[in-house]
Design a protein around this ligand. Structure first.
Ligand code: HEM
Length: 445
């Protein structure tokens, strides 16, 4: 065995390289905040392994995708477990990458000479979110399909490129078999290939520059002297990566895998909704939890601000990711960069708050809501009461005063034909129901 390894090393240099990577000195006292990058990597590897296994039974055609997933979940050997692993693995990857970005920003690890580590990471963040989004459509149930339609509708609002972008996402003007093929190709080939390449670059950069030392207030980064000081510090007090620092990566990585396995067994994969039917307008898309907060933002935004938020939000976030490493010198300690701490806390709190609002689904109809109280209806006729019930069950918006704005005929036309931000209800309401509803609404002044 030893001779075989010596031969391998002589011809490839791999073992010497690995030994160097494992034993290279790293700054002392880095601590637990540095484990999230390696844990993100482990989550990605889990996704690749479970994804390949799922792909052996998944049929990426619009006629069969849903059934093949039901087969995987209900009949295939270990299928339910694998779907659970893939779902919770994705959740872990999104969560861990979020913490990793926050940690590197919080400790200003993007400053000289690690600007490229940040850039490559920023692209990895976008790719990870793209993997999460494209994966959801592959479930090809009502929820998944509608989430993508909403996503494409949002993309469509971008100025200049919006229409093209939406058509590109859907692989046509509407969702269909071609959309599924496109998302499948992106989810299993294109994006993972990019992630592989970029993770390679990212880790190579970590080895090249060494991991950043814990920031100290009053010790700013000066590109003219940083490298020399870093090397001197490593010689003085550096510790070998393995085992002194890497044991934490191993422990946290193992805990991550164990958590994903446990959740896959105990909770299982997300239930499949009903098969997709784009003609059903009552679908209230609920994306997976890590995208839910963004849907809540969109759904709760006042109508006149919606487009601004859709365009400005991602634009500002993208500009932030790109611009951060240009501030590549100066203090790293968060005590001297209080705005950085505020920003991280603000972003996490906003996401948590909108996620909570989305979870409670205030913005989509709550079917278990109690019927409107009699006091809301005043001297209602039985027909009025029926109109109110219908309106309530179809999840109408706040139209308390609509009767003052529109006549009954105008309301009938609006309900049947829809408008810019409202679907046409012709197919899900009978004509007599439309009349009953319109009469009820015309009375709301
Ligand atoms: C698939 C995604 C990613 C993987 C697998 C990954 C992996 C890693 C690993 C293993 C390290 C070593 C130290 C540590 O764990 O903290 C690291 C460092 C770093 N990463 Fe990532 N990363 C990813 C995404 C990102 C993102 C999204 C950003 C920022 C936008 C980022 C920025 C950085 C920076 C600046 C460092 C240097 C940290 C230091 O020297 O203290 N990474 N990454």
């Amino acid at each position: 065995m030893r001779r075989l390894l010596a031969w391998l090393d002589d011809r490839s240099g791999l073992i010497t390289w690995l030994r160097h990577a494992l034993e290279h000195p790293v700054p002392p006292r880095t601590g637990w905040w540095y484990v999230f990058g390696s844990a993100t990597f482990i989550a990605f590897v889990l996704q690749v392994v479970t994804g390949i296994a799922l792909a052996t039974a998944y049929v990426p055609s619009s006629g069969q995708a849903y059934d093949s997933l039901r087969f995987i979940t209900e009949q295939a050997l270990l299928g339910r477990f694998l779907r659970g692993m893939h779902y919770f693995g994705a959740s872990a990857m999104v969560l861990l990458i979020g913490i990793h970005v926050s940690r590197t920003y919080w400790m200003a690890a993007y400053k000289f000479p690690r600007e490229l580590s940040w850039f490559s990471g920023a692209v990895l963040l976008l790719l990870t979110l793209a993997l999460a989004f494209t994966g959801q459509l592959l479930r090809w149930d009502q929820n998944a399909v509608w989430s993508v339609i909403v996503g494409a509708a949002q993309a469509g609002r971008m100025p200049v490129v919006g229409g093209e972008l939406a058509r590109f996402l859907l692989a046509g003007d509407t969702i269909g078999g071609a959309t599924l093929s496109r998302f499948f190709a992106f989810h299993v080939f294109f994006i993972p290939a990019l992630v592989f390449g970029l993770v390679g670059l990212h880790l190579m950069l970590v080895l090249r520059h060494g991991i950043s030392e814990r920031p100290r207030a009053g010790k700013p980064v000066d590109p003219a002297t940083y490298r020399q000081e870093y090397q001197e510090m490593l010689q003085r007090e550096g510790v070998p990566f393995w085992p002194d620092a890497a044991w934490r990566d191993v422990v946290f990585g193992a805990a991550t895998v164990a958590a994903v396995v446990l959740l896959a067994i105990l909770v299982g994969p997300p239930a499949l909704g009903s098969p997709p039917d784009p003609s059903i307008l009552e679908a209230y898309p609920r994306p997976d939890w890590y995208l839910l907060w963004y849907f809540a933002v969109l759904a709760m935004a006042p109508e006149h601000l919606e487009s601004i938020i859709i365009i400005l939000g991602p634009l500002l976030f993208g500009a932030f990711l790109l611009l951060v490493p240009f501030f590549n010198r100066g203090e790293r300690s968060v005590r001297r960069r209080p705005w950085a701490a505020l920003l991280v806390v603000f972003i996490w709190t906003t996401i948590a708050a909108f996620w909570y609002a989305g979870e409670r689904a205030e913005w989509s109809p709550d079917f278990s809501a109690k019927p409107l109280p009699a006091s809301a209806l005043g001297n209602a006729t039985p027909e009025d009461t029926e109109g109110a019930r219908l309106f309530h069950s179809k999840g109408g918006p706040d139209l308390t005063l609509v009767g003052g704005r529109m006549t009954q005929d105008q309301i009938v036309a609006r309900i049947t034909n829809g408008s810019a931000n409202m679907p046409a209800y012709t197919r899900i309401l009978r004509p007599d129901e439309v009349q009953t509803l319109a009469k009820f609404l015309a009375g709301r002044r």
